[in-house]
Design a protein around this ligand. Structure first.
Ligand code: SF4
Length: 248
């Protein structure tokens, strides 16, 4: 059994990009999301999202093939940051963590923990409502082999930044996988090397919500036992306890 890692970094973090409440440059998500959906800043990803095939069982469906904005509760206290949409998921359905195996794992667990009104996320009109939680990805377009390039991550960070400004009630950030963790670290402007990705790690950052790290709920991890429902419930419980302690 893997030990749960709770990192206790020894260096002092300098968080440059501290979120300032009330400094959002748009009144709500609709303006931001329209800009995200229309974005064509990364030529390689534009080409990929418009041409990548999905599984044979979906080929007759009309695919979204555009950037995929975040989804969830605008009053969220928990942000869950993934890597990017997948060919079968967001790039097909138009909603993040919808219609693929990662969504199946994540939404089932969010439902179990009381964040979702139903255990499934199948398509944009399936009635899914998230409470207290907002889902987004570091890169809004599906990348080849799940690997965005550094300049693509940099381009797309402008949208994560604006999403964060629109979420003034955040108390916790949970990153899914190494790339999302690094993207969030980059957003904060933290250079400290002891801020390392490890499943179960928690970092207290001055001026920013506590940061938690999880393995990504991709089939490579969930089908092999690297990430189990039990592991993920444990992390969600830690986030819930964090929120409880900040409410007191
Ligand atoms: S990855 Fe982000 S910045 Fe690049 S084209 Fe897609 S939405 Fe635009």
């Amino acid at each position: 059994m893997r030990p749960e890692k709770v990192a206790l970094p020894v260096c002092i973090f300098h968080v440059k990009n501290i979120r300032k409440q009330g400094t959002a440059i748009e009144p709500d998500f609709s303006n931001l999301n329209s800009q995200i959906v229309a974005c064509r800043l990364c030529p390689r990803l534009v080409h990929h999202r418009e041409s990548v095939p999905s599984r044979a069982c979906f080929t007759k469906e009309i695919h979204w093939r555009k950037p995929v904005p975040g989804f969830g509760d605008p009053n969220a206290w928990l942000l869950i940051l993934g890597l990017a949409p997948s060919p079968d998921g967001g790039n097909r359905t138009g909603r993040i963590f919808t219609g693929d195996a990662s969504a199946k794992f994540l939404i089932r667990n969010l439902y179990e923990a009381g964040f979702a009104n139903q255990p499934e996320s199948l398509h944009q009109h399936d009635g899914l409502i998230l409470k207290g939680c907002y889902l987004t990805a570091a890169v809004k377009c599906v990348p080849p082999k799940h690997r965005p390039k550094p300049d693509e991550l940099k381009h797309c960070s402008r949208y994560l930044e604006r999403e964060l400004l629109l979420l003034p009630r955040l108390r916790c950030v949970l990153t899914l996988g190494q790339i999302a963790f690094q993207a969030y670290k980059q957003h904060l402007g933290v250079k400290c090397r002891s801020l390392k990705f490890a499943h179960g790690a928690k970092y207290q950052l001055p001026g920013a919500p506590p940061l938690y790290a999880s393995y990504h709920p991709s089939p490579q991890n969930t089908n092999t036992g690297v990430l189990t429902d039990q592991d993920f419930q444990k992390l969600l419980k830690m986030c819930l306890e964090e929120k409880g302690s900040t409410n007191q």
